[in-house]
Design a protein around this ligand. Structure first.
Ligand code: MTE
Ligand code: MO
Length: 210
C-alpha cells in the first residue's frame, strides 16, 4: 500500500475509473450519424498514405478476417462521462497491420477512417500500443451493427471516440491532422487518465492549430 499504482496497473486490473467517469450498466450506443449497412462485396480495409513501400495495401473482408486473431480485456471511456468496464475485445491487433503494411520512417500519426468519412487521428505510438486492436468481437460474440460491425478500433488507453466504429482503413501521416471530433471541440490526444476531454484544454504541442 502507499505506493500509487501505475496507470497500466490500474487499467489492466480495472480497479478504478479515470477521473470524472461513472460506471454504466449495460452498453449504450453512442455515435454521430446513421448505422451503415455492411456490404461484404464492397468492403475493403485500406492502408494508405505514408507507407514504407509507397503503395496502398488492401484486404477484402475475407482476407482481413483470416488474419491472426487475439483478444484484449479493456474498458471503454466515453468523453460524456460513462465508462463500460471489463469487455473482452477480439480481433486483429494494430501491430499486425503495422507489420504487414508498415509506415514510412517519417510517419508520425495515423488517421483512422470509417464509413461516411468519420475519422480520428492518433499518434503513431498510441496506434502501435500492444493493446490497440481492430475488434470484430466483444465477449466472444460478433459485434452488432450499432456497435461497429464488422470492425471497430479499440484504443484502451484513450477516450472511446479515438476508436471509430465501422472502420475501413488507416492513413499514415507525416504530420498531425485533426479527425472528426478533434475538429469539433474534443482534445487532440484524449487521455482519460489526464482528463483530456476538450480542445480548449490542449497545451502547446498537443495538436495542430484549430
Ligand atoms: N464511426 C464512428 N465511430 C465512433 C463514434 C462515431 O460517432 N462514429 N463515436 C465514438 C464515441 S464518442 C464512443 S463513446 C464510442 C461508443 O461506442 P458504442 O456505441 O459501441 O458504445 O464509439 C466511438 N466510435
Ligand atoms: Mo463518446
Amino acid at each position: 500500500m502507499g505506493q500509487p499504482e501505475s496507470r497500466e496497473n490500474r487499467e489492466t486490473e480495472q480497479s478504478g475509473l479515470p477521473p470524472g467517469q461513472r460506471l454504466q450498466r449495460g452498453w449504450p450506443v453512442t455515435h454521430y450519424g446513421p448505422v451503415p449497412k455492411f456490404k461484404p462485396d464492397r468492403w475493403e480495409f485500406r492502408v494508405f498514405g505514408a507507407t514504407a513501400d509507397g503503395d496502398k495495401h488492401c484486404w477484402s473482408h475475407q482476407e482481413f478476417s483470416a488474419l491472426p486473431f487475439s483478444s484484449v480485456v479493456a474498458d471503454l471511456h466515453c468523453v460524456t462521462k460513462f465508462s463500460m468496464i471489463g469487455a473482452e475485445w477480439g480481433g486483429i491487433p494494430a501491430r499486425t497491420i503495422l507489420e504487414l503494411a508498415p509506415p514510412a520512417p517519417d510517419a508520425t500519426h495515423v488517421m483512422v477512417w470509417a464509413e461516411y468519412g468519420f475519422s480520428s487521428n492518433l499518434r503513431l505510438d498510441d496506434f502501435a500500443s500492444e493493446r490497440t486492436l481492430f475488434a470484430t468481437h466483444k465477449d466472444g460474440e460478433l459485434l452488432t451493427a450499432e456497435h461497429g460491425f464488422p470492425l471497430r478500433l479499440v484504443v484502451p488507453h484513450l477516450y472511446a471516440w479515438k476508436g471509430p466504429k465501422w472502420v475501413r482503413g488507416i492513413e499514415y501521416m507525416t504530420a498531425d491532422r485533426r479527425g472528426f471530433w478533434e475538429e469539433r471541440g474534443y482534445h487532440n490526444i484524449g487521455d482519460p487518465w489526464n482528463e483530456q476531454r476538450y480542445s480548449y484544454q490542449e497545451e502547446p504541442g498537443d495538436g495542430p492549430e484549430l
